[in-house]
Each structure stands twice: as structure tokens, then as C-alpha cells.
Design a protein around this ligand. Structure first.
Ligand code: HEC
Length: 142
């Protein structure tokens, strides 16, 4: 086989390999983004919840509200809908969304800045280093 033919063959193979790699990366990126907190450690998450949140929130199904609302199923339910809990006007006016893991994460790192005047504003926010484990734990309580 002449040299030039071999060279073309190699280039074709290389570009095919590159196409496959790009396709794989697209799939990995799309898949990965939906599972941003899937790597969180649940055992660490429950400890963070107890330390940072349990003073004001329960999370078991049917448990009572405290100073804050019960958080069962929080990463997939509509905001401000815990039965029997009286939310502040500031909160109900702004929090009209359905919670997702990402939305809960951005709220709990900075509650006062996300919804000014809401009743959780006294809480200074979760450290970035605790976020993955905490959100993975919250998402598992449903
Ligand atoms: C000092 C008490 C306090 C602490 C600590 C606290 N929260 Fe809250 N949280 C509240 C209150 C009060 C509200 C209701 C806000 C309002 O109505 O203005 C709330 C609301 C929420 C909501 C919205 C609930 C809903 O039903 O839509 C989420 C989510 C939440 N808190 C998560 C957390 C997490 C996670 C932690 C721990 C990292 C935490 N909170 C720590 C008091 C607290």
C-alpha cells in the first residue's frame, strides 16, 4: 500500500475517534448535570442536617413543623406548601417555584440574600464544602 493511502486511512480513523469522544463527552455532560449532588455522602449529610437544620426543621414524613417547616420531599415539592405551616409574606411572595436540588442548594447557602426578609434569614448559610452531602441527604428523604 502506498504511503499516502495509509496516511489518509490514519487521519480518517483519528477523526472518527475524535467524533466518538465528543459524542461521549456530550452524553456525560448532559447526564452529569441532572445528578449534580448524586456523589454526596448521605452519612455525612444527615450529620450536617442535624447540626445545621434540625434546630428549626424536621424532615421525616408527617413530622411536625418547628420554627421552620417540615422538609420531607423538599427537593421536589412546591415551595411554601408544608401543611399547617405559616410562612412569612416575604417568603410566599417570592418562593413560587417548585424546589429542585439546585434551587434548595442556592437558597440554603444564602437564605437572606435569596429571599430578603424571610424568617430563615437569621441562618448564615451552609458552607460550600457541606453542600453536596447535605443536598444528597435532603433529596433522599422523599
Ligand atoms: C434558625 C432556624 C432555621 C435554620 C437553622 C434553618 N432554617 Fe430553613 N427555614 C426556617 C424558616 C423560619 C423558614 C420559613 C421561611 C419563611 O417563611 O420566611 C425556612 C424555610 C426553609 C425552606 C423552604 C421550605 C418550604 O416549605 O418551601 C428550606 C428548603 C429550608 N428552610 C432549608 C433549610 C436547611 C436545609 C437548613 C439547614 C442547612 C435550614 N433550612 C436551616 C428556619 C431555619
Amino acid at each position: 500500500m502506498p504511503r499516502s493511502a495509509t496516511g489518509r486511512h490514519t487521519v480518517r480513523q483519528a477523526s472518527l475517534a475524535l467524533t466518538r469522544l465528543v459524542a461521549l463527552l456530550v452524553v456525560v455532560t448532559a447526564f452529569g448535570s441532572g445528578f449534580a449532588f448524586a456523589d454526596g455522602d448521605l452519612a455525612k449529610g444527615v450529620k450536617i442536617f442535624e447540626r445545621e437544620c434540625a434546630l428549626c426543621h424536621t424532615i421525616g414524613k408527617g413530622e411536625p413543623n418547628r420554627f421552620g417547616s417540615n422538609l420531607f420531599g423538599i427537593t421536589q415539592r412546591k415551595a411554601a406548601t408544608a401543611p399547617g405551616y405559616k410562612y412569612s409574606q416575604q417568603f410566599t411572595a417570592m418562593a413560587t417555584w417548585i424546589w429542585t436540588p439546585d434551587r434548595v442548594a442556592s437558597f440554603v447557602v444564602a437564605p437572606a440574600a435569596t429571599i430578603p426578609g424571610n424568617k430563615m434569614s437569621v441562618f448564615q448559610g451552609v458552607a460550600d464544602s457541606d453542600l453536596d452531602d447535605l443536598i444528597a441527604y435532603l433529596a433522599a428523604q422523599k
